[in-house]
Write a protein that binds this ligand. Structure first.
Ligand code: F6P
Length: 320
């Protein structure tokens, strides 16, 4: 029987993490289960940085970006001795189960702890939408809103100056944020790990858009870690009739008040996490598939290939 659960956020923060912490805390307390907040992700487990949570600990955080509990990346968590120390600290605190809100790295940690005797449930908290086993991750919709708002602004100024705006968005080797932004903003080109990158092709397409189609602006959305966008913008100025400008949206994509969709998603997933732990289930991660909340073993999620977005790339091509 579960009497006390911990909750932590790990990896890059994502809007909606607070809504998930709130849901886990309130639903567990309403079920007669005590809740402990763990500060700064797995580091907080290692340092026993624990905070008893009450109903009011999670008041007024539903609409706040970031994470009230703080987050961190702890590569040392892969080491067995570090995991064993965390298990000791959890047991000393009387915590018998844990909700881990984060990305796939955080899921690996949750699986390791479950195998060592502390049931963990993973919730997908990342702006990247790169977690198998769920159609959506907590934070993706808010990050997408930020990207769309900013690209819309860039279009205003680009079309006034016959410019090509090259906009780099995050995604951690997943093209979803770029692809969805490109469709929602009516971009001229999208470049992601899935499309691949060929500089000559990009310049040729922009020459065609500027000279043959006589477009007065062009928006290129590109995933991070693909190329040096400033260098690409300079080449655009040299080799096409657009003047090129690069904008890296950067960490603003991780901030801001979560959208209603992210708050709903986090609340529904938080509820499922508590229900699973109360049922005695561990080593699972929660997802939303066709608007139904479900869970699968973390191991299975980590082995699944990422969902194909072929239909959305096709849609993008048909809209240009
Ligand atoms: O996973 C979220 C994310 O924002 C990625 O999109 C990005 O690659 C990475 O984290 C940036 O990490 P950091 O905040 O450590 O620079």
């Amino acid at each position: 029987m579960v009497r006390k659960i911990g909750v932590l956020t790990s990896g890059g923060d994502a809007p909606g993490m607070n809504a998930a912490i709130r849901a886990v805390t309130r639903i567990a307390l309403n079920n007669g289960v005590e809740v402990v907040g763990v500060h700064n992700g797995y580091r907080g487990l290692l340092e026993s940085n624990f905070e008893p949570m009450s109903r009011s600990s999670v008041s007024e955080i539903l609409d706040k970006g970031g994470t009230k509990l703080g987050s961190a990346r702890l590569p040392e968590f892969r080491e067995e001795e570090v995991q064993d120390q965390c298990i000791k600290n959890l047991k000393r605190e009387g915590i018998d189960a844990l909700v881990v809100i984060g990305g796939d790295g955080s899921y690996r940690g949750a699986l390791a702890l479950t195998r060592k005797g502390i049931n963990c449930i993973g919730l997908p908290g990342t702006i990247d939408n790169d977690i198998p086993g769920t159609d959506l991750t907590i934070g993706f919709d808010t990050a997408l809103r930020t990207c769309v708002e900013n690209v819309d602004k860039l279009r205003d100024t680009s079309s006034s100056h016959h410019r090509c705006s090259i906009v780099e968005v995050m995604g951690n080797r997943c093209g979803d944020l770029a692809l969805y932004t490109a469709i929602a903003c009516g971009a001229e080109m999208v470049i992601t790990p899935e499309t691949g990158y060929d500089e000559l092709e990009v310049l040729e397409k922009l020459r065609y858009l500027g000279e043959a189609v006589r477009k007065n602006h062009a928006i290129v959305i590109i995933s991070e870690k693909i190329c040096d966008v400033d260098a690409l913008a300079k080449k655009v100025s040299l080799k096409t009739n657009f003047s090129g400008r690069a904008t890296v949206l950067g960490h603003i994509q991780r901030g801001g008040s979560p959208t209603a969709q992210d708050r709903m998603l986090a609340s529904r997933m938080g509820e499922k996490a508590v229900d699973l732990l109360v049922e005695g289930i561990g080593g699972h991660c929660v997802g939303i598939i066709d608007n139904q909340i479900s869970s699968i073993p973390i191991q299975e999620a980590l082995e699944r290939p990422r969902k194909s977005r072929k239909h959305l790339y096709r849609l993008f091509d048909r809209l240009v």
